[in-house]
Design a protein around this ligand. Structure first.
Ligand code: SF4
Ligand code: SF4
Length: 129
């Protein structure tokens, strides 16, 4: 269930980069869901918080020449996460709407699948398997 995606490198901070783009999201190919950050460079104040914060998925690189964040691995972004947008001091990061996110959730039947998975786990835990 929790297959680790392959390692594809390390970034400038030495963080391990994995390729999450091939891991389907509740059965839907990840690259069919355009959930990833978009940066408005007119608003960005080049603080680096998005780049430094996204350390698990390593979605961002930093362009040291231009001194700005780059969305280098968009499909590494965790569907539904918007931590970087919430933390951005300039409101420079945006994502698709909540309505779109919920449409993908329903299309993937994620709630029913999650409930089924929990039931399976519950049975397993309670029976001591
Ligand atoms: S957190 Fe916002 S302001 Fe800071 S570098 Fe990222 S996009 Fe720019
Ligand atoms: S939303 Fe989360 S996973 Fe996606 S780029 Fe921002 S911090 Fe990383």
């Amino acid at each position: 269930m929790s297959t680790q995606p392959p390692v594809i490198g390390k970034d400038v901070l030495g963080r391990v980069i994995r390729d999450f783009s091939k891991i389907p999201w509740w059965g839907i190919p990840r690259e069919q869901i355009p959930w990833y950050p978009r940066i408005d460079y007119g608003k960005c104040v080049r603080c680096g918080l998005c780049f430094l914060t996204c350390s698990g998925r390593v979605v961002y690189d930093w362009d040291f020449r231009e001194n700005k964040p780059v969305v280098a691995r968009p499909y590494n972004c965790m569907v539904g996460c918007n931590t970087c947008a919430n933390l951005c001091p300039a409101g420079a990061i945006s994502f698709p709407s909540l309505e779109e996110l919920r449409r993908w959730r329903d299309q993937a039947q994620a709630v029913a699948k999650a409930r089924k998975r929990i039931e399976e786990l519950r049975r397993k835990v309670l029976s001591g398997e």
